[in-house]
Design a protein around this ligand. Structure first.
Ligand code: DLL
Length: 434
């Protein structure tokens, strides 16, 4: 028998979903116009009024919202309701300027957790499961989102957070965890650690894993499924839209169903902003349909993907997105943390280094390596190894405090990083994730 968390809406006909969306969008646009002066301004500038939006077909009349807008409006400018109605914030890592701070009312939290509950049930979860959540807890949305979803399903939830692999394995084996939630690279690492400890895949009770927050390939999926003896499901989301659970995979494993009763998805040409027909590859844009704390209209995710309405054997009718196939900006995801080269450049300048650097990212034994080669000025350069090591350590700490993760710093002699005649090659990503 097929299981759904909210069967009626998850398997509703296209016409029914459209009707839900049409009713909600009218209210959401009016709500944003009345409560978010920043977006009202954008609408006024574009000459669009809430009266112009009568159905989701009119969404294309609305202005886009970008990460730059979020930055400009930081921290409160896009909040949709008084602080007294908000009960939580979640945030991305990064400096003040790059940080996204999202606000939630209790209703928003319930909606978000229900989306995560749909993902858990789609992966076979029930109230008899033991769900081990080793996404980070705290400001990152991974831990709190899946934790809340697991509660809604009624599963026994192990709020492990990330790290301390020995302890993860001990709880997994002692408490017979059946569903694992973490980043795919951490799942692969747990698989390897289990093998190193002499466990075979059939020794654990896991049956499924819900993995996301970073790009991963089909090869990685097969590796994880084999090493843990499970079925591995993808889950997608971003802090701006609430967190994980905006879209999730079902047993067909051919893309992620977008929770269309809460989020309206469009694919646009990232250069022109033109809306592209179904099946085209382009930038994913989300409009929230019923958020209160942090409603977003036409938010450009910068994730490149394709949408499909092909009938799914699981019975769910919501549109499916492919895995993100790339980004239309220069954001990297390293060990699950979002990193922009501009953040690295800002630290270098602040610490007195010239902006001649190269970032090298690779994946070795399923975990990301992160190296930064930084050119010294003649004044900063020294023949003494100990002096250079002290400087490298200082720069590592400064990077860690800006990014949330610490790269390995390599200070190199002046004029040794190759100069480019065109655009400087700042990032060498050897991971081949797409
Ligand atoms: O990564 C939320 C999340 C937590 C998703 C746990 C899934 C599981 P942010 O830190 O704001 O939020 O990063 C959002 O991560 O725009 C994508 O580029 C990337 N991303 C998220 N899920 C996937 C995935 C969380 N399944 C950014 N595959 C997004 C590839 C993903 N990339």
């Amino acid at each position: 028998m097929k299981n759904y968390y909210q069967k009626e809406v998850e398997t509703a006909s296209y016409e029914e979903i459209r009707q839900i969306q049409n009713e909600k969008i009218v209210k959401q646009v009016r709500y944003v116009y009345d409560n978010v002066p920043y977006y009202r301004n954008l609408m006024d500038k574009k000459g669009v009024s809430p009266d112009d939006i009568k159905s989701v077909d009119d969404i294309k009349k609305l202005p886009f919202l970008t990460k730059d807008d979020l930055r400009e409006a930081y921290p409160y400018g896009l909040r949709g309701t008084d602080l007294k109605n908000c009960v939580r914030i979640q945030s991305t890592s990064g400096t003040t300027g790059k940080r996204v701070v999202a606000f939630y009312t209790q209703k928003d939290i319930d909606m978000w957790e229900e989306c995560c509950a749909r993902a858990i049930v789609a992966a076979g979860g029930t109230n008899e499961d033991v769900v081990q959540v080793c996404y980070g807890y705290g400001l990152f949305t991974g831990g709190p989102g899946l934790n809340g979803g697991s509660h809604k399903v009624g599963s026994l939830t192990l709020p492990m957070s990330s790290g301390n692999t020995d302890r993860q394995i001990q709880f997994m084996m002692d408490l017979d965890a059946t569903i694992l939630c973490c980043t795919p690279s951490y799942a692969a690492y747990i698989g390897e650690s289990l093998a190193e400890k002499g466990y075979k895949p059939e020794d654990n009770k896991l049956k499924a894993g819900i993995f996301g927050a970073e790009p991963w390939t089909e090869e990685m999926r097969q590796g994880i499924e084999k090493s843990l003896g499970i079925k591995a499901y993808d889950i997608y989301g971003l802090t701006e839209t609430s967190g994980p659970g905006v879209a999730f995979e079902c047993e067909e494993q051919t893309g992620m169903h977008i929770n269309e009763d809460h989020f309206y998805a469009e694919i646009i040409d990232p250069d022109t902003g033109e809306v592209l027909p179904e099946g085209s590859k382009g930038e994913l844009v989300f409009t929230s349909l019923d958020k209160e704390g942090f409603p977003l209209l036409r938010y450009r995710t910068k994730d490149i993907c394709i949408l499909s309405r092909k009938k799914c054997s699981c019975g769910r009718t919501h549109v499916k997105m492919t895995k993100p196939l790339g980004r239309s900006d220069d954001m990297m995801i390293i060990r699950g943390v979002n990193v922009f080269p501009s953040q690295i450049e800002a630290v270098l300048l602040k610490e007195g280094y010239p902006p001649n650097y190269q970032i090298v990212v690779d994946r070795v034994n399923n975990s990301d390596t992160f190296d930064i080669y930084v050119e010294c000025t003649p004044e900063l350069f020294s023949d003494k190894v100990s002096e250079m090591q002290t400087q490298e350590k200082k720069l590592n700490l400064a990077m860690r405090s800006m990014l949330g993760i610490g790269p390995k710093i390599h200070l190199v002699a002046p004029k040794t990083i190759e100069r480019s005649e065109g655009k400087a090659v700042r990032v060498i990503d050897k991971r081949k994730l797409h």
